[in-house]
Every structure is written in structure tokens, then in C-alpha cells.
Design a protein around this ligand. Structure first.
Ligand code: ATP
Ligand code: MG
Length: 347
């Protein structure tokens, strides 16, 4: 049977990129996957501390994210929604994987560089790296690999920005299995979301992120129609006449068309949408069209979120159920791994 696993960090309320790249796909899988398929969705709170923040803030983000996942229609009877920190097998496996994972491979990964606002070709010898890079941020992909492998995930639906990390988790499987001459870890397949990565509204060269300091750079899935309108109106575009789809030369406009396509009820591609825009169609018209589809699709999630976010007792109960199920799911793999390494119980 198939196992679907994916995660999201409690670093803020999810935005349009998270919605199109991940959350909507999770809901679709819940609705369409074969009943035997196991579905696990993880609130990756241990990943969230790779960039430390006040404890109270992380705590709130964790609760809020639980409410968002409920509001998305993820249902604890079908899907296992759990906190990473509640299942210590994730970090147990991380340590074991880190003993066969390659430093060279990790240092070529780009995400820690982008979180430190360094360029992709920065090397480990750079003084800026020596000063600011923490070990947790650097080794984060190993924990991510452990998240996936501990549940024997066959399918990992993520956004396009996570491609590199999935490749690395396969590498971890090869390294571990060949070192210990075992086949107890299983390499996952990927399901990269069909929508391209959604870019920041203010800096369309960067991806939309929860951790971007500017709130105007992203639309939260709980934003009011008024907030959505304002942010889209203020989105960076260009001064060319009319609308055309060219991510290279017109990244701001292309991003808006991308969002329009992601929310299009007929699922037309950005290229098709751009072709269908008539002579005289202006960027302001595009912004209005985007505002409308986004407001329409998010209205229901927003309403449900308002309802769930204050129901702490219920959220706690849902979490307890999910944490328990995820613990059971992880235990089996950990036993196999311990056995393979020589850390099994004394006989
Ligand atoms: P952070 O800035 O804290 O890393 P984030 O916005 O990148 O937050 P994550 O929690 O890291 O969000 O990722 C959750 C999921 O959303 C992942 O599957 C990721 O691939 C997807 N995702 C994140 N940003 C985008 C984006 N801009 N476009 C498409 N998918 C995205
Ligand atoms: Mg991220």
C-alpha cells in the first residue's frame, strides 16, 4: 500500500504558495486516494527552530497551523495530522542517518544559503557562513529525510522548492542501506505540485515565504478580501503596456498569471490564459481578476479557520489522536533500523 507523507513548518499562517504547492494537494489526495493509502501530514515544528524565535510565538504558530489544516478540510479520521516534536523517532532516525550522510552534499544544498540571504554559490569557507551558520540549519535536510523515511513514505507531495531535499532523502537511503547492507529504508517517489513556485508579491525574483519579513510579500490563506485586494494592488509588476506571460523578463506579471492559473476553475495554463487576454487588457485588469478568484476560493477556508482557531480543546484532542497514530507508524521502521545497525534489544 502507498504511504503519503508531507510536512509544513509552523513559521506563520500559510500563504498562496503553500496552498497551491502543498495544502490543496493534500486535501485532493485525502478525497481521492485509495482507502488503503496511508496519509500523514506533519506540523514540522522542529524544523521551525532552525531560525530561533520567541517561544510564545512558535507555540501560537503551532496552534494556528493545526486550525488551518482543520479548516482546509483535513479530517483526522482519514488523515494523520501530527506534531513532529511529539514523535521522537524522527530525531532518533535523524542521528543515525547523519552518521552516513555526506557533508559535501549538504554543503551544496541551497536552502540554508537562502535563509541566510547568501547567494547560491557561497561556499563553506566564506566568512559570512562561518559567522552565522548554525548546525541545525545546515543539517536540516537530514531531519527532513528522517521525517519521510521513518514513515516509509512512497509519495511526498511538496512544492517545487523542495525538489532538491527529496533528492537528498533518496541519497540518505542509498548511503544507509549500502553501509549496513540492508534494504530496510525505502526511497520515496516525488509528487511535485503541478503549479510552479509562487513568487513574492514585492520581490518576484524570490519565492513567496512565510519567513519573509515583509507581510506585503505574501497573501495568507486567512486574509480578508480587503487585505487580498490591497496586497495584489500593491504587487510589483512593470511598466510595459498590456499583459504577457514571460517569467524571465516580466516576473511580477508572470507570477500574477501563475496565481490566476492556479485558482482558475477551468485550470487553464498561464500560457493559455495570457493568450486569451484581449487587446487592451491591462495589468490593473489582471490584478482585479486575480483578486476575484483568490477571494472566491479562500472564502470558505477563512471562515472555517475563524471558527476553529478558538477551539483549543478540540485542536488538542485532534493533535493527540494524530500524535498517537504517527508514533505507531514510525515505531516499526525504527525497530528495523536499530536492528540493521546493531542497536536492537539484547537477545
Ligand atoms: P519558510 O519560509 O518558513 O520556510 P515556507 O513558506 O517556505 O516557509 P514551508 O513550511 O517551508 O513554507 O513549506 C511547506 C510546503 O509549501 C512545502 O511543500 C513547500 O514546497 C511549499 N511551498 C513553500 N513555498 C512555496 C511557494 N512559494 N510556491 C509553491 N510551493 C511552496
Ligand atoms: Mg520553506
Amino acid at each position: 500500500p502507498q504511504v503519503v507523507f508531507s510536512g509544513i513548518q509552523p513559521t506563520g499562517i500559510p500563504h498562496l504558495g503553500n496552498y497551491l504547492g502543498a495544502l490543496r494537494e493534500w486535501k485532493r489526495l485525502q478525497d481521492t486516494a485509495h482507502p488503503d493509502t496511508k496519509l500523514l501530514f506533519c506540523i514540522a515544528d522542529l524544523h521551525a527552530i532552525t531560525v530561533p524565535r520567541p517561544a510564545e510565538e512558535l507555540y501560537e504558530h503551532r496552534m494556528h497551523l493545526m486550525a488551518v489544516l482543520r479548516a482546509m478540510g483535513l479530517d483526522e479520521n482519514r488523515s494523520t495530522i501530527f506534531f513532529q516534536s511529539a514523535v521522537p523517532y524522527h530525531t532518533d532516525l535523524q542521528w543515525i542517518l547523519s552518521c552516513t550522510a555526506s557533508m559535501g552534499y549538504l554543503s551544496r544544498m541551497t536552502q540554508w544559503k537562502s535563509k541566510l540571504q547568501l547567494s547560491d554559490n557561497t561556499t563553506m569557507d566564506d566568512p559570512a557562513v562561518k559567522k552565522s551558520l548554525k548546525h541545525g540549519l545546515f543539517s536540516y535536510p537530514i531531519l527532513q529525510a528522517a521525517d519521510i523515511l521513518i514513515h516509509r513514505a512512497t509519495h511526498v507531495p511538496v512544492g517545487d522548492d523542495q525538489r532538491q531535499h527529496l533528492e537528498f532523502s533518496r541519497e540518505c537511503v542509498t548511503n544507509f542501506n549500502s553501509t549496513y547492507k540492508t534494504d530496510c529504508l525505502v526511497a520515496p517517489q516525488t509528487i511535485v505540485s503541478t503549479s510552479r513556485r509562487i513568487m513574492s508579491l514585492t520581490k518576484p525574483q524570490q519565492k513567496m515565504s512565510k519567513s519573509d519579513p515583509s507581510p506585503k510579500s505574501r497573501i495568507l490563506i486567512t486574509d480578508s478580501p480587503d487585505e487580498i485586494r490591497k496586497k495584489i494592488r500593491g504587487a510589483t509588476t512593470d511598466s510595459l503596456a498590456g499583459v504577457s506571460y514571460d517569467p524571465q523578463t516580466r516576473p511580477g506579471v508572470a507570477n500574477l498569471i501563475e496565481i490566476l492559473s492556479g485558482f482558475d476553475p477551468e485550470r487553464r495554463s498561464p500560457q493559455v490564459l495570457a493568450q486569451q487576454m484581449e487587446e487592451g487588457y491591462k495589468i490593473t485588469d489582471l490584478k482585479e481578476a486575480v483578486t476575484k478568484v483568490v477571494c472566491d476560493e479562500l472564502a470558505e477556508v477563512r471562515e472555517r479557520y475563524q471558527l476553529y482557531v478558538s477551539q483549543n480543546d478540540q485542536l488538542r484532542e485532534y493533535a493527540a489522536v494524530g500524535n498517537q497514530k504517527a508514533t505507531e507508524s514510525a515505531k516499526k521502521t525504527m525497530e528495523l533500523v536499530n536492528e540493521a545497525v546493531g542497536l536492537g534489544p539484547l537477545r
